[in-house]
Design a protein around this ligand. Sequence first.
Ligand code: G3P
Length: 228
Amino acid sequence: MKLFIDTGSVAEVEEIARWGVLAGATTNPSLLAKEQGDPGDIIRRIAELVDGPTSAEVVSDDADGMVSEGIALAGIDPRVVVKVPFSAAGLEATSRLHALGHKVNMTLVFSAPQAILAAEAGATYISAFLGRLDDIGMDSVDSLREIVEAVADNSTGAQVLAASIRNPIHATVSATLGADVATIPGKVLRQMLNHPLTTSGIETFTADWKTRPEFADWLKGLVAANEA
Ligand code: G3P
């Protein structure tokens, strides 16, 4: 499963891109609205940092407006993927943008029937939301499972992009259910790092190594010799 970061924060992408785990990024109007600076510059910088597909979302609610905005957004950077909210107009816009050669991420998808339509409209990515389903007491795992199964053998090449990821369990479930991509907020990516046994294991290794001070000299010498 590929990992995208779900953010509008360039600083956050700079931090996490260094881990070497990001294959792309997604933004949305809410995430960009939190940031200072020109949205175009932010989108372009994020695309440069992840050097992969970077979603930028249209805000019109009619197909013509979505297409015009999508073409303009795609012009920001070759890595920009046009994000289109799911609706009948969104399907039309996705179909037209796809015909023009643009990649589309259809977002705000919550059911398998919606995902099937998005795939047939030519979406490259289908953003299947988890957290917002949980928020209203619906089962996000069942929903994602159905969406993955419904889209699995489609001939369109559409990829299921798990979105609205609220915790590390959502990331794990997305992978185990077979999502092609998960777009994960920086906060959750940092949570995925942590396990108490990892922390205590590192502490134990460090303490045990220090019981042999000569080993520290040995390793420093090895490094120096290698860098000479
Ligand atoms: O960016 C799309 C999606 O990941 C947003 O998630 O947390 O606003 O439901 P959220």
